[in-house]
Design a protein around this ligand. Structure first.
Ligand code: ACO
Length: 312
């Protein structure tokens, strides 16, 4: 029992915040941000725009792309760390916004920047078990809610947005979500976490060190686990946290940079939305073609990390 990808959609808020915009409000420079992170701009949601708003637009576009309505879906999983409400889940709120009447279930997963890999992992398990036949995965974040404007080392790193993917049950195990692996080490909490008053606490260099270790390891593990050699992988879409982390991971894996999809320059780090937004961007710009094999490694707060192999 497998799956296949039948639709995608994304949403990026209209407002673009450039490095030059940051130069005007804090002690930083375009040169520092580009050199340390590869980021040039990011999208910032309006004050009144919520994760549910963004997730709903991405979901609507994915349904249009698949030629379906929400009642054709039988599970919605939302990866988010920045929901505007503690309850109900963003997933259930999206059902309400879309007018779902078929009582389909929805829930959120909180895996920080690894959230969309956790969502894919759940979806794979449901397909394998034959429990659900059409699953929508949404990655949606309003990271700007967590920005500490007095901390220049984290304020420049994040952006907002949402992406959605729809998978359908398939008898082929070589399409859709082929394999997933997710991991966590709660002992590493101190390195990167949120606070009750919505701030990000991050030890940048420690986060960096763990990311360049765990993302390539997860990528290597999943290729071996799935029995897929590196040369069969068409694209790597790493979690878009930092260009230097991405380049270092590619080097460790021996992957040429031409096979690595980069959106961190345009979107910055959108956490649980990052990989889904990046895939939608690649489709919209004809970079990734249907049928290609994608390797998705990710890493984030928790610490959490993991990888997915997807044939799109
Ligand atoms: N502009 C200018 N200077 C700055 C800025 C800034 N925005 N931010 C920090 N600096 C300064 C620091 O104050 C420091 O100055 P000092 O030497 O005078 O003390 C200097 O730059 C170096 O600071 P470092 O923190 O050592 O810089 P580093 O090279 O490590 O880069 C960065 C910082 C970009 C944050 C890097 O550590 C990194 O990318 N870490 C990983 C972050 C990440 O991947 N997060 C992903 C997970 S997020 C999630 O899961 C929600």
């Amino acid at each position: 029992m497998g799956s296949r990808l039948i639709g995608y959609g994304s949403y990026l808020p209209e407002r673009i915040m450039t490095n030059q915009d940051f130069e005007r409000i804090m002690d930083t420079s375009d040169e520092w941000i580009v050199q340390r992170t590869g980021m040039r701009e990011r999208h910032f949601a309006r004050d009144d725009e919520t994760v549910t708003d963004m997730a709903t637009v991405a979901a609507t576009r994915a349904l249009e792309n698949a030629g379906l309505t929400i009642d054709d879906i039988d599970l919605v999983i939302v990866a988010t760390t920045t929901p505007e409400l503690d309850f109900p889940s963003v997933g259930v709120q999206v059902l309400g916004r879309l007018g779902a009447s078929s009582n389909l279930p929805a829930f959120d997963v909180r895996g920080a920047c690894t959230g969309y890999i956790y969502a894919l992992h759940c979806a794979r398990a449901f397909f394998t078990a034959g429990i659900h036949r059409r699953i929508m995965i949404i990655g949606a974040e309003k990271m700007t809610r967590f920005i500490d404007w007095s901390d220049r080392s984290t304020a420049v790193l994040f952006g907002d947005g949402a992406g959605a993917l729809i998978f359908e049950h398939s008898t082929s195990s070589y399409s859709g979500i082929i394999d997933t692996v997710v991991m966590a080490d709660g002992r590493e909490f101190d390195i990167l976490h949120g606070t009750p008053d919505h701030h990000i606490v991050m030890t940048g260099p420690e986060t960096y060190r763990r990311a360049v270790q765990h993302m390539p390891a997860a990528a290597q593990y999943i290729m071996e686990h799935a029995g897929i050699p590196a040369e069969n992988v068409d694209w790597i879409i790493p979690h878009q946290a930092n260009l230097r982390i991405i380049q270092s991971g590619a080097e460790r894996l021996g992957f040429p940079l031409e096979k690595i999809l980069i959106t961190v320059d345009k979107h910055a780090n959108t956490s649980g939305a990052s990989g889904v937004l990046a895939l939608a961007y690649a489709f919209d710009n004809d970079i990734i073609k249907r049928g290609q094999l994608i390797l998705y490694p990710a890493f984030g707060s928790g610490l959490t990390w993991g990888a997915a192999l997807i044939r799109v």
